[in-house]
Design a protein around this ligand. Structure first.
Ligand code: UGA
Ligand code: MN
Length: 323
C-alpha cells in the first residue's frame, strides 16, 4: 500500500513542480501602473501639432504686473491657444474647486487660464495657488457691486467682462494669434475631449451640457450640420437656450466685436448667455461640436455648501492651515 502511494507521489511530483514554477513566474510580472494612462491624449490634437511634454512651465516665482506667469511654454504656431475665463469667489470650497480645475487644465496643451477673483484685491490664497499651479495664467480681480450680490441676479458678470477686456487689451496691437475663448466656471466638470473639440472653433461653437436646466442635459438640436433648435426643459424661448459652459468663441470674433460684453442692465438670470451671444453671432452660424451635439463633455456640477457647524470659536488649532 505504502509503495503504491510513494510511486504515485513521484509520478505527480514533476507536474506539481511545473505548476508551482508557472504560478511564480506569473506573479513576478510587473504590476500595472497605479495611474492608468489616459485613454485619450490631448497633446496630439490640433492639426498635427507637436506633442507637449506632460510637465508644463514650473512654478512661477514673483508676480509681474497682473501676476502673469513668466515661464510660459514656447508658443506653438499651429495650435490655437485656448483662453479659459474663470470667475471665482472666496468660500470654504474655493481651493478644492480650483484644484480640480487646475488638474484638468494642466493636461491641456496651449491653454491660458484667466482667473478673475470677485474681490476688491487679489487674495493670498488664489495668488499662492496660481503660482504653484504650473499653468500659464493671468490673475485678475474685480468686485461685484454689493447691489448685485443678491439671489436671483446673474453672477460673475463683471468678472467675465474683466477677462474679455484683458484679452482685447493684450491683442490690441498685434495681429490676432489663433485663439479660442470659453467661460469655465470654477465648479463645473470638464472632460479633456472638450478642449479638443473647442480648439477648432472658427467663430462660435456649441455642444451639450450635462446636469443643467432641470434635466440630465441640454443640447443644441442639429440638422444637416446646423443648429435648428434647443433641447431644454427651461425657458425654451431663450434665443440661445444654452448654458455658459456650452459654447466657445474664437479670439478673432472677440476682437472684431469690441463692444460685446455681459450686461447687467435688463439681464435676467439664465439670459446672460443669450444676451452675449446675440451680440456676436446668429443661431444659423453656430458650429456644432461633440459629434453634432450628441455627446456630453462638460457637466454643470454644483458643489454643496459645506457644513462647518463644528468649527470652533475658541480653542482653535495651534497651527494656521489653509484649506
Ligand atoms: C449658472 C450658470 O451656469 C453660470 O454660468 C451663471 O453665471 C450663473 O448661473 C448665474 O446665475 O449667473 P450656477 O452654478 O448657478 O451657474 O452659478 P455659480 O457656479 O454659483 O457661479 C458661476 C461662476 O461665478 C462660478 O465660477 C463662481 O465662482 C462665480 N461667482 C459666483 C462669483 O464670481 N461671484 C459670486 O458671488 C458667485
Ligand atoms: Mn456653478
Amino acid at each position: 500500500m505504502k509503495s503504491v502511494l510513494f510511486s504515485r507521489f513521484f509520478i505527480l511530483l514533476p507536474w506539481i513542480l511545473i505548476v508551482i514554477i508557472m504560478l511564480d513566474v506569473d506573479t513576478r510580472r510587473p504590476a500595472p501602473p497605479l495611474t492608468p494612462r489616459p485613454y485619450f491624449s490631448p497633446y496630439a490634437v490640433g492639426r498635427g501639432g507637436p506633442r507637449l511634454s506632460l510637465r508644463r512651465a514650473g512654478p512661477v516665482r514673483g508676480a509681474e504686473k497682473r501676476n502673469e506667469s513668466r515661464q510660459q511654454p514656447q508658443p506653438q504656431p499651429q495650435l490655437p491657444t485656448i483662453y479659459a475665463i474663470t470667475p471665482t469667489y472666496s468660500r470654504p470650497v474655493q481651493k478644492a474647486e480650483l484644484t480640480r480645475l487646475a488638474n484638468t487644465f494642466r493636461q491641456v496643451a496651449q491653454l491660458h487660464w484667466i482667473l478673475v477673483e470677485d474681490a476688491a484685491a487679489r487674495s493670498e490664497l488664489v495668488s499662492r495657488f496660481l503660482a504653484r499651479a504650473g499653468l500659464p495664467s493671468t490673475h485678475l480681480h474685480v468686485p461685484t457691486p454689493r447691489r448685485y450680490k443678491r439671489p436671483g441676479l446673474p453672477r460673475a458678470t463683471e468678472q467675465r467682462n474683466a477677462g474679455l477686456a484683458w484679452l482685447r487689451q493684450r491683442h490690441q496691437h498685434q495681429r490676432a494669434q489663433p485663439g479660442v475663448l470659453f467661460f469655465a466656471d470654477d465648479d463645473n466638470t470638464y472632460s479633456l475631449e472638450l478642449f479638443q473639440e473647442m480648439r477648432t472653433t472658427r467663430k462660435v461653437s456649441v455642444w451639450p451640457v450635462g446636469l443643467v436646466g432641470g434635466r440630465r442635459y441640454e443640447r443644441p438640436l442639429v440638422e444637416n450640420g446646423k443648429v435648428v433648435g434647443w433641447y431644454t426643459g427651461w425657458r425654451a424661448d431663450r434665443p440661445f437656450a444654452i448654458d455658459m459652459a456650452g459654447f466657445a468663441v474664437s479670439l478673432q470674433v472677440i476682437l472684431s466685436n469690441p463692444k460685446a460684453v455681459f450686461k447687467r442692465r435688463g439681464s435676467q438670470p439664465g439670459m446672460q448667455e443669450s444676451d452675449f451671444l446675440k451680440q456676436i453671432t446668429t443661431v444659423e452660424e453656430l458650429e456644432p461640436k461633440a459629434n453634432n451635439c450628441t455627446k456630453v463633455l462638460v457637466w454643470h456640477t454644483r458643489t454643496e455648501k459645506v457644513n462647518l457647524a463644528n468649527e470652533p470659536k475658541y480653542h482653535l488649532d495651534t497651527v494656521k492651515i489653509e484649506v
